[in-house]
Design a protein around this ligand. Structure first.
Ligand SMILES: [Zn+2]
Ligand SMILES: [Zn+2]
Length: 268
């Protein structure tokens, strides 16, 4: 599609960062309440009667989870272009990825050509490179630049929830079945913490496993399937080991990478 046929539009602004931060703040508050209940009852009892390793390990995993949560929430996910509309037409309307041609689509909102696996997120009102999905919990897109931080967040969150779950179970086992204490408020609170963390860990594990499969297969996105001419093979798949090396070790890339599209060669 030729950009000359597109009428210039007034670019909508992204929602204010305070509005975009309401979702992450709510999620963080929920996590904070559950963590306070866990630390106050089962974790404190285990620290006194079993080992201080419980609060130390919990604090380390919780800190890591919070840091990666905040970074992936507020980090630029790989927005291709912001500011004034793209001036004029891109010189090419296709790119070559590992020898395969990809005809780029035109985003009339951002007024740019989209490289493979890029997508316009309506929530963020921006085109994001290697768009994976818009995460409602983070209230941010997950894309090329924040994907590995998002993965680390999932890993740390899963580890923390499994620790909360196993510690709470161990606390109930010791106090109720071994010491034969009467069922009281700390036990009831621990049951609430266990049920909540069990529901969360199942959900997070499903997301984590689906992302592990995605990376192993070399799929650039869980929601976008870029179509390549002529044989429709996936040019992003370089084998399981190289796919993982690329995701974990490749440079994050610059912000606002529209100028790279004009070169006509879109690397991995
Ligand atoms: Zn766009
Ligand atoms: Zn988004």
């Amino acid at each position: 599609m030729d950009s000359d046929n597109e009428k210039p539009r007034k670019k909508k602004r992204r929602p204010h960062w305070i509005v975009r931060g309401l979702g992450p703040s709510f999620t963080a508050c929920m996590g904070f309440v559950i963590s306070v209940l866990y630390i106050t009852f089962p974790c404190a009892w285990l620290a006194t009667h079993v080992s201080v390793a419980y609060p130390v390990a919990s604090a380390m995993l919780l800190t890591g989870t919070l840091v990666t949560f905040l970074v992936s929430s507020f980090m630029d996910p790989g927005i291709l272009h912001q500011g004034p509309p793209w001036p004029g037409t891109a010189e090419v309307a296709y790119v070559i990825v590992n020898g395969q041609r990809y005809d780029m689509d035109w985003c009339s909102r951002c007024e740019i050509y989209l490289p493979p696996a890029a997508w316009h997120c309506r929530r963020c009102n921006a085109c994001v490179d290697r768009f994976d999905h818009h995460c409602e919990w983070l209230n941010n897109c997950v894309g090329r630049r924040n994907y590995r931080v998002f993965l680390l967040f999932l890993l740390l969150l899963t580890s923390y929830l499994l620790l909360v779950l196993s510690s709470s179970l161990f606390y109930l086992f010791l106090t109720l079945l071994t010491l034969h204490q009467p069922f009281s408020l700390p036990h009831a609170t621990t049951v609430v913490v266990m049920v909540t963390s069990l529901a969360c860990v199942v959900l997070v594990l499903v997301i984590l496993i689906s992302n592990i499969k995605l990376i192993s297969n070399g799929e650039p996105s869980s929601t976008i399937e870029p179509y390549f001419e002529p044989d429709d093979k996936n040019p992003f798949d370089q084998g399981c080991w190289k796919n993982w090396t690329h995701v974990l070790c490749s440079p994050t890339g610059p912000r606002y990478t529209t100028s790279l599209i004009q070169t006509g060669i879109w690397g991995l």
